[in-house]
Design a protein around this ligand. Sequence first.
Ligand SMILES: [Mn+2]
Length: 265
Amino acid sequence: MADYLIGDVQGCYDSLQSLLKKINFSLDKDQLFFLGDVINRGDKSLETLAFIKAHTDNTSMVLGNHDFHLLACAFGTITPNKKDTFTDILQANNSTELLEFLLQQPLIIKHKEVFMVHAGIPPNWNDSIAVSQAKQVEQYLQSQDVGHFLTQMYDNNPRTWHKDLDKLEQCRYTVNALMRMRFCQADGKLEFKHKMNFDSAPRGYQAWFDHKERLLKNTDIFFGHWSTLKHVDRAHIYPMDHGCVWGGALSAIRLSDKKVFSVSC
Ligand SMILES: [Mn+2]
């Protein structure tokens, strides 16, 4: 029995199958946890999502910004852009079931005392704030109001979070932080322009995991999203997007011993 946590697949279904072969994935024994962005940019978004949905006894996932973007295009008023490659899902015979399945997925998974999230957790959030903020977004996604909700999530503001913000503002911050964040300030103020290595942080900002007083610094956090990060020498910090869709690698980390398995893409 093993738990494997897998970085951003982004529709690279063939690489996913090679990786599963490499870890000798067994439906009888193993659990797969996908760290978000399972679809988009790659050529087999439909196959990837269908695979996860077909094996829910063995699979779990958190939502990434690309998964969220598909939902906003399907249920909200957002239109796909030229680089989006998920029309195969929108046009599939079972499109409704696949999209409804995606709406049921969480923003955070807490499993055996570790956190899984697509981008990261703000330095000023503790365990209970992170879990409750994620839950608030999940409740909107599972409500009748989902289309209206998704359309209102496309904005970079508010940059900081406070419990007295109105609910939709809190959700917008949460979506941006948990699914898009790379650099922020100690108070969780977000920055969206820089995508490069964490050692070239924009002035006044640091990688979200590099703040000294970060509240979850003693908790293992596994995440994707930041494909240029690869390896950082930080305790409890596990970046798992190894750039599969950009010709890098697709990787899985085994939770029990933190051994990493990769296939080149
Ligand atoms: Mn992402």
